[in-house]
Design a protein around this ligand. Structure first.
Ligand code: HEC
Length: 416
């Protein structure tokens, strides 16, 4: 019952998280489009009022006329529309979801038992949880320090973008060594997403509040607040596409179980930013196909890097008898389904059954049931892939042996 309620809570949080993120990113993309698509005001009186640009649009059966002021209108209305709750809701629901799933079961989802950093592979659940939270926190602190030190007055924003790009490669590299692949992709996305929300919380909104306060007091707002808000909001724009991809990546184990998964991750981060750049420029009327072409080229490199090397090789030890249950054969590829099923029974059905016995699971994860020879044969290709890549059993919690992995690699399922 408890596991069921947790899974239900997980689903509701995910629903909220996706809705909030769609609303936030949608609004953010809309405002970047608006800002870049502004044209000089046509009416002389608008220019006199201090209007710097305008956009006429038609949407949902109505006509809209947006105007942007160079600094501010002579008088600010009291009912200004502010955008921040969407950003905060996205972060809060995302963190709650992360806590419910990953922090609640670190030994299944967070720890990477095959990390080449031995101390990371041997972390306890608590250590892994602390490491994950610190990872997010440090990600923000370092990004924020880079912004403050390299381009405090927005004078070296180009150098800053290079520094942030290098930082993301380092984050990708560290994350796959510290955490299980699925968590590593999620946490790298979360480092960017946390920077995005924290940019809104610590810089953009407070800056806007200071500007409004100054204007209401009849003073000129400090232009640095506007410029800094813009700097951080530009970063947010380039983070959006990569973040969405990294958040979705946990459906695609071929990406994060690869030995060079950090390279794949970095390639996608750059591809996302390049593709976003195309749209930013396009709204300024500047069509530059080289950007998406470069993005697609990076994705093709990722396709090449992520390609499975060769079908998993069965070693001689594949024929060592497991559990004494199977008819043995000496030739590779002649593994009996009964042998495979006995491995499933020992290492997989704790989770992959209609009613899992492993704590925390209310139903078969990913809908994969492996409790009978027939079920296992139906899922054969996926079973072979996830066992060969080391993705399953999650966190190797059921301690599958290399011999057993080799047996499954050597298994050639009979057609059903
Ligand atoms: C501790 C519980 C647990 C154990 C043990 C476990 N799995 Fe899984 N398995 C999961 C979870 C959770 C998912 C869903 C992960 C996801 O959403 O990507 C999953 C997903 C899968 C998938 C689908 C992967 C995909 O890309 O969609 C396959 C296939 C699979 N497991 C096979 C196995 C096999 C084979 C074993 C035994 C060698 C095994 N699992 C052991 C929890 C477990």
């Amino acid at each position: 019952m408890e596991a069921y309620l947790l899974e239900f809570g997980n689903m509701l949080l995910r629903w909220l998280h996706v809705i909030a993120a769609v609303a936030w990113i949608g609004e953010s993309i809309y405002f970047v489009m608006l800002d870049n698509g502004l044209k000089s005001p046509r009416a002389a009186e608008d220019k006199q009022k201090g209007v710097f640009g305008e956009m006429w649009a038609v949407h949902g059966g109505g006509f809209y006329h947006n105007q942007k002021y160079a600094t501010a209108p002579a008088k600010l209305p009291d009912d200004l529309h502010w955008s921040f709750w969407k950003a905060y809701t996205t972060w809060l629901s995302g963190f709650a979801l992360f806590a419910l799933l990953y922090l609640a079961s670190p030994s299944i989802y967070l720890i990477n038992p095959s990390s080449s950093w031995e101390w990371a592979a041997n972390m306890t659940g608590w250590q892994a949880n602390v490491a994950a939270v610190l990872f997010l926190l440090l990600g923000w602190v370092i990004y924020n320090e880079l912004c403050k030190r390299i381009s405090p007055n927005m004078e070296r924003d180009g150098v800053l973008s290079i520094a942030v790009a290098v930082m993301m490669v380092v984050v990708s590299y560290i994350s796959v060594h510290l955490f299980a692949g699925r968590a590593a992709f999620l946490l790298t996305g979360a480092v960017m997403a946390t920077a995005m929300s924290a940019n809104v919380f610590f810089w953009i909104i407070p800056g806007q509040r200071r500007m409004v306060k100054a204007m209401k007091a009849g003073e000129t707002p400090n232009p640095i607040d506007g410029k800094r808000g813009k700097q951080r909001s530009v970063h947010n724009t380039y983070f959006t596409l990569p973040v969405v991809l990294l958040m979705l990546s946990n459906h695609y184990s071929f990406m994060y179980t690869h030995a060079y998964s950090w390279v794949i991750m970095a390639l996608f981060i750059f591809a996302g930013a390049l593709i976003r750049q195309f749209f930013v420029l396009m709204h300024q009327g500047n069509i530059r196909p080289a950007y998406p072409a470069a993005g697609v080229a990076l994705i093709l490199v990722a396709v090449w890097v992520a390609a499975p090397s060769s079908p998993p090789e069965a070693s001689a030890s594949a024929n060592i008898e497991t559990n004494g249950s199977a008819a043995m054969s000496s030739a590779n590829g002649d593994v009996d389904i009964a042998q495979v099923q006995s491995i499933m029974t020992d290492r997989c059905v704790q989770c992959h059954a209609k009613n899992p016995s492993h704590a925390g699971f209310a139903a078969a994860p990913a809908g994969i049931i492996l409790d009978s020879e027939r079920h296992t044969t139906i899922q054969a290709q996926m079973v072979k892939q996830v066992v060969a890549s080391g993705y399953m059993p999650l966190g190797n919690i059921t301690k599958i042996t290399d011999e057993e992995r080799a047996t499954i690699a050597a298994w050639e399922p009979e057609p059903l």
